[in-house]
Design a binder for this molecule. Structure first.
Ligand code: IVH
Length: 681
């Protein structure tokens, strides 16, 4: 295909894909199948690959992410991002209305909207294309998270229809729908990762993720609620919301024009009753004066508009009876007290259990079996007990003593100084710890043995075939074939499941394939306390082999970027235990990767003792690459500039904030060539 034809086709495909995206995500009314959509997208991808000169940052192909942001540039908001005055009381709402009435001295109406519980964002459009997305930050300046926001399908990259101004800003809320949140958290737990506490935290965490590919996989969505810029059309807020929708933005349907405060209060009550059925979290209702000239008349205080207020719902509470307290033992041995409750309906779900966190929390509440307790569903997934009705307590109730021995294996519990949690130290003999470690080992982000899952691990453990991670690799066809377990199905009937040929072959293949999993993931899979995915990566890149790592002293470990005393102590303890070294030897014996195959070795010590901050884009290094080179030559990389920084290596597009900070602290700024000079390259 010649260039001109290619460009024409590219433009046609972009237009079509954009229209389908709009129909799918904004209108929820697709006219082609997912398959057909993917075909068009693939064709566009191929053409853009063949003709990279036609690549465009706002092409529909850019939704998948890919850009890595090492540090988010701090950007000043053109218009400050104000917050809203808020109240929990109807009386204060009426006061607000009285004030509005007094100041306007004439008829007015309100628009009531949902107060979406997410993360606010400012989207800047120029000539109908998204150019920048900035977080609220402190309201004056926020972080540039454009690459991440571009992966959110609800955010139009290019506006198609309408008479939008050449340049304008849209404010809105990015959030994670509950269904997507639940799905993601389940996956995280399966992968041995910490689940997010609530959709809001998940959203905030996701927007600050450095790898936009990861962001693209998270189910984020958006509602916009504010349009600003110079000479914006529309005499009322409501009209502007309709304009925004016409241009392709997502505006929440649940909103209402209200004549007078009584109608506002009715709206608040109605939403309050149905909020548990929404597919996203809200924390209140926002009430705005509708007419723009009246908004202007009311103006702003230093912090918030006088023409709007947020009414917030109180966290929902319920009283119920505490039947008993269980103790759960996790993968790392931590013992968590969990209350079994008389079932009670709260915020849309029936609650039967609530966490009591740890012994200190239990003692502070003085909670006992049989107590009447108040539970609250705040931001957390698991409800918590906030209070005990001591007056309803029976005379023979006795203080509840925290257990002294592991409920699973009987070992005496221990507690580290300064930590709230009791734990079972019997790492290698306590069933939930062993099973938990095995499940963590096979997880997707660890050894990725997806032919095994929690259920199969349970069977292997119960049969006695597998008691530790190395035992997995001693499994053979004959040992596995016909392995059985009786389970009780959802219908209450007992079923027998047994490993057939195909299952067995899949398990063995999965184990075999895991032998090529790179060292950094193997290190994560070992399940060393406090060594999560990121820490494992850092350690693997720095030490490059398990042998180097096992010889490191605590003093050395803490010089590695992001490794503190707690992690260092845990690593030292791990290798001090001979049983762990034996496991590693067995795993080495079957061919598991305990060495990195890529990345530079410690080459020189030219940069020994020097701390670097890197910023911007480099010609001959990727961002990770330059960091590895610094570390490989004995230097340390830090993410923020301080008086301890020796050099800032400035690439192209270095953030202006960084430059200012470096200059004000007198930190030396060097360019890429000067950096190469330092290591004699
Ligand atoms: S209007 C100048 N409308 O609540 C007025 N804000 O406490 C700007 N929020 O930072 C805000 N839903 O993140 C507005 N329908 C809505 C909202 C909303 C959620 C958030 C927003 C803002 C915070 C104010």
């Amino acid at each position: 295909m010649d260039k001109q034809k290619a460009l024409a086709r590219i433009q046609q495909l972009r237009g079509e894909l954009q229209a389908h995206n709009y129909r799918y995500y904004q209108l929820a009314a697709p006219v082609i199948s997912d398959f057909e959509f993917d075909q068009l997208l693939r064709e566009l991808e191929m053409l853009e690959k063949e003709f990279p000169e036609f690549l465009s940052p706002n092409s529909p192909t850019q939704r998948v992410g890919g850009e890595i942001t090492r540090e988010f540039n701090s950007v000043r908001h053109k218009y400050p991002m104000l917050s809203l005055d808020n109240t929990y009381s109807e009386a204060e709402l009426r006061e607000f209305d009285n004030r509005v009435a007094r100041l306007l001295a004439g008829p007015y109406e309100y628009v009531c909207e949902l107060k979406i519980d997410g993360v606010s964002i400012s989207l800047i459009y120029e000539n109908g294309a998204l150019v920048q997305a900035i977080t609220r930050g402190d309201g004056i300046q926020g972080d540039d998270v454009t690459a991440n926001v571009k992966t959110i399908h609800g955010v139009p990259l290019v506006l198609e229809r309408g008479d939008y101004p050449v340049s304008f800003e849209v404010r809105g809320e990015i959030f994670m729908p509950r269904a997507g949140f639940d799905r993601m958290n389940r996956q995280r737990e399966e992968d041995g990762e910490q689940p997010f506490a609530n959709p809001r935290n998940a959203t905030a965490g996701t927007l600050k993720t450095q790898d936009s590919k990861l962001v693209a996989r998270r189910p984020l969505d958006i509602f916009v609620y504010f349009l600003l810029g110079e000479k914006i059309a529309g005499d009322s807020h409501f009209e502007r919301l309709n304009m925004l929708r016409k241009w392709g933005f997502k505006v929440c349907d649940i909103k209402s024009r209200c004549q007078g405060i009584e109608e506002v209060i009715r709206f608040i009550e109605e939403v309050g009753e149905s909020r548990s059925q929404l597919d996203f979290d809200i924390d209140g209702v926002v009430i705005k004066v509708n007419a723009i000239d009246q908004q202007n008349k009311l103006g702003f205080t230093s912090k918030s508009p006088r023409w709007a207020i947020a009414y917030k719902y109180k966290a929902e509470e319920a009283g119920t009876r505490l039947i008993s307290i269980d103790f759960q033992v996790g993968r790392t041995g931590t013992v968590t007290p969990v209350a079994n409750l008389e079932p009670v309906f709260l915020s849309g779900t029936t609650v039967k259990r609530a966490t009591l966190h740890n012994a200190d929390v239990m003692a502070a509440l003085d909670v006992r079996s049989g107590d009447t307790v108040i539970i609250e569903k705040g931001g957390e997934i698991i409800p918590k007990i906030t209070a005990v009705d001591y007056s309803a307590r029976s005379a023979d109730s006795r203080p509840f003593a925290f257990i002294s021995h592991c409920p699973e294996c009987g070992t005496e519990l221990r507690r580290n100084e300064g930590e709230a949690a009791w734990y079972c130290p019997n790492e290698t003999g306590c069933p939930p710890q062993i099973k938990g470690k095995l499940v963590h080992f096979i997880a997707r982000k660890a050894m990725n043995i997806d032919s095994l899952g929690e259920g199969k691990i349970e069977m292997l453990y119960d049969s006695g075939l597998v008691r530790n991670i190395a035992d997995l690799y001693d499994l053979t066809y004959d040992k596995l074939l016909g392995l059985e377990k009786v389970i009780t199905g959802e219908d209450g009937k007992e079923k027998k499941i047994s490993f057939r040929e195909k299952t067995v072959q899949n398990i063995l293949n999965g184990l075999e394939n895991s032998k090529s999993v790179p060292f950094e993931r193997v290190l994560f899979a070992l399940g060393i306390r406090f060594v999560g995915e990121t820490v494992a990566k850092k350690l693997a890149r720095h030490y490059r082999s398990i042998d180097n790592l096992s010889r490191a002293t605590a003093d050395e470990l803490v010089t590695v970027d992001e490794i503190g005393e707690k992690i260092a102590g845990s690593v030292i303890n791990f290798f001090a235990d001979q049983r762990n070294n034996e496991l590693i030897d067995r795993l080495k014996g079957v061919g598991i990767q305990f060495q990195s195959s890529e990345g530079p070795m410690l080459q020189t010590n030219e940069l020994g003792g020097k701390t670097f901050v890197v910023s911007g884009v480099f010609a001959s290094f990727t961002r990770d690459g330059i960091k590895s080179v610094i570390e490989a030559n004995g230097g340390k990389v830090s993410s923020s500039i301080s008086s301890k920084t020796d050099f800032v290596v400035a690439g192209e597009n270095m953030g202006p904030e960084k430059r200012r900070k470096a200059e004000s602290l007198g930190v030396k700024i060097i360019n890429e060539d000067e950096f190469k000079g330092l290591i004699g390259a």
